[in-house]
Every structure is written in structure tokens, then in C-alpha cells.
Design a protein around this ligand. Structure first.
Ligand code: FAD
Length: 556
């Protein structure tokens, strides 16, 4: 049996190598239109930034190594240009020689990925994008040339004012994962970077109050951020924004998302959805039973809603690539739905998310319970603990976890991964309380931050605590609710929410007369507020705790 695979990186090579491990006799041919296979796409920004110094490190395999170890026929610089479904052949062009030929298949796997989207604006041809090794070489070359040019211009310039104007500049269109990774790497190379994001926040997989933390950190590290505007045109050495501003830009990057490379599939009459995703069944089979598809080009099933979703991430591409080999080898397997678990590191800060945001859940009409906490990465008494912000979004009717987000310096990825695992296992929010997680003081807490989310979820489910979200506070105060800051007088003096009175939780029992029957309490992160609320609720007050405390409110 002969399997032809189109695309030789994440999904395609996972399929090819797994198929060999399952079927020693299979004939496996991989066509890859670029000059490289199995390269580390996710590492590309770090080569541009110099973190990965050796270009060779990006090239995980070569056609030769794949031939020697797996007996796979890998042909780079070969583009598949058409599929003849009746004849079960593909048309191929050798991009080096121009030769055209057809190749037959018994099974065909499409893993063509997705291409960066460059908006159709004047000067769009000046924008660079980052997808493959050729893009990386070009980008590294442009960065080097820009830095060298600025250095020599600076040497020639004599007055300070001119020197200030001779900073090498980059504008990155798009404040998503790749945009921020490039912002960090460009900065570290010495470029003055501006990230321009059309939405009112960076990082769409986070809610705004979580994304603001990332934005503040990025700005504190010298990157300018413009939200709520887009690049309207690219000129020589500058960009003009949709709000009329111009920014200097020696180089411009398009990192505003990707579009599935599904043209080949569509031209062959395979079913493609409205967003260009190739439609597949639970075994990654397209509308033609002999053709499979995986990776960024393919529609996936959203784990929360069961609806179709486009999730261009390496994990699903690799897993589904492996799975398709199982299907071709005759194993009974079924593709899983996708949570979209993702993480990014930027200037030492980690932002991670899994499942749905609050805004997505609300937009979908779900009734949600939301929890914000600010735990330490490990026990506070052990040196080196770092604060993080965690957010859990829960279906208020079923207690199901809809999603989670985390931002912090250390330990964020671990917590989001645990919650993603819980979601995959169908563990309800309240049962996070019972997860038995590894603990010693340098790694976590006996009540791990994930357990704490579970305790709060349980308290909310059982109505032991009622909370107000940061974005609901203004309306509650306008309605006449009393606002009580239960932190110390020193903390209150250093900054508090307008309209609050200060009644510290320590000694609250001696000042009950200051508390009205309907009040909202808050502290720094929500814990002392909860203690105060429990004290007062048991005395007959209706007390709600500002979720996530002053820190979440301030971030929002
Ligand atoms: C800079 C960058 C950083 C990233 N970082 C992360 C990260 O940190 N975490 C994460 O989860 N994901 C990350 N991703 C996304 C991840 O790389 C993709 O989700 C994953 O590679 C998708 O796998 P794929 O097999 O669908 O496509 P790809 O890995 O893109 O492979 C598709 C290949 O098919 C080839 N091809 C297309 N059409 C044809 C044709 N007609 N004939 C022959 N060959 C063809 C293309 O040349 C391409 O090499 C990153 C992506 C980029 C670009």
C-alpha cells in the first residue's frame, strides 16, 4: 500500500514516521514544497533573536536521515499542484528542475498547514512574515542589515538628536503569540519595536484583565503597544495607522493570523468550510474516503461546544498526524476534540490559556461563574516564589470547567496544563479541590493554586460565597451598594477604589456598625475579602466579595 503525504513538517512527518513504525512494508512518499522537512517552526522567532544560535538546531531531520532511519521517500522542493481523485494520483512539480510528473496513491494525507495572512493594504508587499526556514533566513538578514545600517548612520551622525532618530525600528502587525515572540526577539537584537493590534487588547485567547498584565510587562520592557488600530499602509521606512498616526518602521511584520492552505483540497472538490478549513471526520478523513487531512489546514472540533473550530497549534497537528497513520494502518482510533491549550513566554513572563475565555462563554450565552486568584508559584516562605494571576471560567449550571488563563513568571504553564487535563477528563470545577498534586515548598503549596480554584468553585457552587466581578463593580456602586476595603489602613492609603470605606478585616467584629446590609468587600487579591464576607454573612448581611480583589480590578 502506498501513502503519499503533502507537507513535510508537523502533521505530515508525524503521519509518515508513525506509519512506518506501524507498517514496515508501506510505501511512504512525502512531498514538501519548501527546501526543508521536519523543521522547528516554533523555534524560528528564537533563531531570529539569537537565542538559538545555531541554525542547524532548527533542522530536526533531513530527507537523508528520514530515508536512513525510516525508509521514507522525502522529496523537498516538490509541490503537489493537483489531485486526480478518480485516478488516485497527484500532480507534482519539482521546483528545482521544473519537471512535472504524477504520483499514484492508495491513501493521500494532506498536511499543507496555513499561510500567514498579509492584509491587502497599500505597501503590503513590503511586509515580512514568518512561517518557514526561507522566511527566517530572510528576516534574520533584514534584521542584520537594519542594525548594520543604523550603526553606520550613527557613526556618521554627530549630534544627539540625530542619534535618537537613528534607532532601528520594527512594527509588528498583530499582538498574538507569534507577534509577541518576535517583539521580544527583535528587542533583544536592539530594534525599537511597536506592536499594532486592531483589537482593544493583546492575546485574544485571554480576557482583557489578564491580557493587560502582559501588555504592561511588554511595555515595561521597552516595546510600544498600540491597540484599537491597524496598519493602513506601509511606506518606505514607515507605516500609517488607521487612526492617521505614522510610525517609523525599518521593517514590518505581518503576524495577524493564518489562513488554511486548502486550495489544493478545494480544487479537488473536497469539502472545505467557510473559513477555508478542510472538513474531516473523527478519523481525519476528508469527504473522499481515500484522502485524509491534518494540521492547521483542517477544521477541528471544539472541546467545549462540540462545534467546528480552527485551531492552528502544533499539538493537535502532531497528534492528528500520528492518528491518521493509525487509521491508515487499520487501527481503530478516534480523533479527540481540541481545547486550544496554548502558552507564550515574553520577557520572562508566561501567559497560558486553555478552553474558552469569559468573553467567549458570555457571547455564546453561557451562564458563567468566574474566579480570579493571585497565588504564589510555590510556598511563600520558600525563597523565589513569584505571584501569578489565574482565572477559571465555569459553567454556572453544570460546574463544568469552560476554560482557564494564567499570567505570571513561574508555575503558570503547570497550572494551566493541570486544568487542561482536568477538562479533558471531564472533572468539574469543584473537584479541582481534590486533585492530589506533587508538593514540596520549592514546587508548590500543600493547597496548590489549582486546589484553591477548586475550593473557591465549591464555595461558589454551594453559595458560601457570592462574588462581584471587576467589570460589574461600577454598576453595583451606582445601584447604591456599600464598598468596604478590608485591607490595612496603610494599603488603603496607598491606593483604593473610589467610594470605598476602610474597615480592616482584623478587628472587623468591633466595627460592625459601619457595615450596611448590602455591601461589597474587597482586599488585595480576594482572600481577606472572603474571610470578611463569611464573618458578615453569618450575621445576616448580604455581602459580596470583589473577585480577585483590588489587583484584578486594577488590571481590568
Ligand atoms: C513562527 C511560528 C511559531 C509557532 N510557535 C508555536 C508554538 O510555540 N506552539 C504551537 O503550538 N504552535 C506554534 N506554531 C504553529 C505550529 O507550527 C503549527 O500549528 C504546525 O506547524 C502546523 O502543522 P501542519 O503540519 O499543519 O503545517 P506545517 O507545519 O506548517 O507544515 C505544512 C507544510 O506543508 C507544505 N506544503 C503546503 N502546501 C504544499 C503543497 N501543495 N505541496 C507540498 N508541500 C506543501 C508547506 O511548505 C509546509 O512546510 C508556530 C508557527 C510559527 C510559524
Amino acid at each position: 500500500m502506498k501513502t503519499v503525504i503533502v507537507g513535510g513538517v508537523a502533521g505530515g512527518m508525524s503521519a509518515a514516521t508513525r506509519l512506518r513504525r506501524l507498517d514496515e512494508l508501506a510505501e511512504i512518499v512525502v512531498f514538501e514544497k519548501s527546501g526543508y522537512v521536519s523543521f522547528a517552526n516554533c523555534g524560528l522567532p528564537y533563531y531570529v533573536g539569537g537565542v538559538i544560535g545555531d541554525r542547524q538546531q532548527l533542522l530536526l531531520q533531513t530527507p537523508e536521515s528520514l530515508k536512513v532511519r525510516f525508509g521514507i521517500d522525502v522529496r523537498v522542493n516538490h509541490e503537489v499542484t493537483a489531485i486526480d481523485r478518480d485516478a488516485k494520483t497527484v500532480a507534482v512539480t519539482n521546483l528545482t528542475t521544473g519537471e512535472r510528473f504524477t504520483e499514484s496513491y492508495d491513501s493521500l494525507v494532506l498536511a499543507p498547514g496555513a499561510a500567514p495572512f498579509v492584509p491587502p493594504i497599500p505597501g503590503a508587499e513590503r511586509a515580512l512574515a514568518l512561517r518557514n526556514i526561507a522566511d527566517t533566513d530572510k528576516l534574520a538578514e533584514v534584521v542584520d542589515a537594519t542594525l548594520a545600517r543604523t550603526r553606520s548612520e550613527r557613526l556618521e551622525a554627530s549630534i544627539d538628536e540625530t542619534v535618537a532618530r537613528l534607532e532601528p525600528t520594527a512594527v509588528i502587525m498583530g499582538g498574538g503569540f507569534i507577534g509577541l515572540e518576535l517583539a521580544e526577539n527583535f528587542s533583544q537584537r536592539g530594534l525599537k519595536v511597536t506592536v499594532v493590534e486592531l483589537a482593544d487588547q493583546l492575546l485574544a485567547p485571554l480576557d482583557v484583565e489578564m491580557a493587560r498584565r502582559v501588555e504592561r510587562h511588554v511595555v515595561a520592557n521597552g516595546v510600544a503597544v498600540v491597540t484599537g488600530a491597524s496598519v493602513a499602509s506601509i511606506e518606505d521606512g514607515a507605516v500609517t495607522l488607521s487612526d492617521g498616526r505614522t510610525l517609523p518602521a525599518d521593517l514590518v511584520i505581518a503576524a495577524i493570523g493564518v489562513r488554511p492552505e486548502s486550495g489544493l483540497a478545494a480544487a479537488a472538490g473536497l469539502r472545505v468550510n467557510g473559513r477555508g478549513g478542510i472538513v474531516v471526520d473523527g478519523q481525519q478523513r476528508t469527504s473522499d474516503p481515500h484522502i485524509f487531512a491534518v494540521g492547521d489546514a483542517v477544521e477541528k472540533v471544539d472541546a467545549v461546544s462540540g462545534d467546528a473550530a480552527m485551531v492552528p497549534l502544533a499539538g493537535p497537528a502532531n497528534r492528528h498526524g500520528r492518528l491518521v497513520a493509525d487509521v491508515i494502518a487499520g487501527r481503530a482510533v478516534q480523533a479527540r476534540s481540541v481545547l486550544g491549550t496554548a502558552v507564550v513566554g515574553v520577557f520572562g513572563l508566561t501567559a497560558a490559556a486553555t478552553g474558552w475565555t469569559e468573553k467567549r462563554a458570555v457571547a455564546a450565552g453561557r451562564k458563567v461563574r468566574v474566579i480570579h486568584t493571585h497565588p504564589g508559584s510555590h510556598a511563600g516562605y520558600y525563597p523565589g516564589a513569584e505571584d501569578m494571576a489565574l482565572k477559571l471560567v465555569i459553567d454556572a449550571e453544570t460546574d463544568a470547567i469552560l476554560g482557564a488563563q494564567g499570567v505570571g513568571k513561574s508555575g503558570v504553564d503547570k497550572r494551566i496544563d493541570v486544568i487542561a487535563t482536568a477538562m479533558r477528563g471531564g472533572i468539574p470545577a469543584s473537584e479541582l479541590a481534590d486533585l492530589e498534586l506533587a508538593y514540596a515548598p520549592q514546587f508548590g503549596s500543600a493547597k496548590d493554586p489549582v486546589n484553591m480554584l477548586g475550593f473557591i468553585a465549591e464555595n461558589m457552587r454551594d453559595e458560601l460565597t457570592e462574588t462581584v466581578q471587576w467589570h460589574e463593580l461600577e454598576a453595583e456602586l451606582a445601584r447604591g451598594a456599600q464598598l468596604i476595603d478590608v485591607r490595612t489602613p496603610g494599603e488603603f492609603k496607598a491606593g483604593h477604589i473610589d467610594g470605598a470605606i476602610n474597615v480592616p478585616v482584623d478587628g472587623l467584629r468591633d466595627h460592625l456598625d459601619a457595615v450596611e446590609p448590602d455591601a461589597i468587600v474587597y482586599c488585595r487579591v480576594g482572600l481577606r475579602g472572603y474571610i470578611a464576607a463569611r464573618e458578615l454573612v453569618q450575621r445576616g448581611h448580604r455581602i459580596r466579595n470583589l473577585d480577585g480583589g483590588y489587583r484584578t480590578w486594577a488590571a481590568g
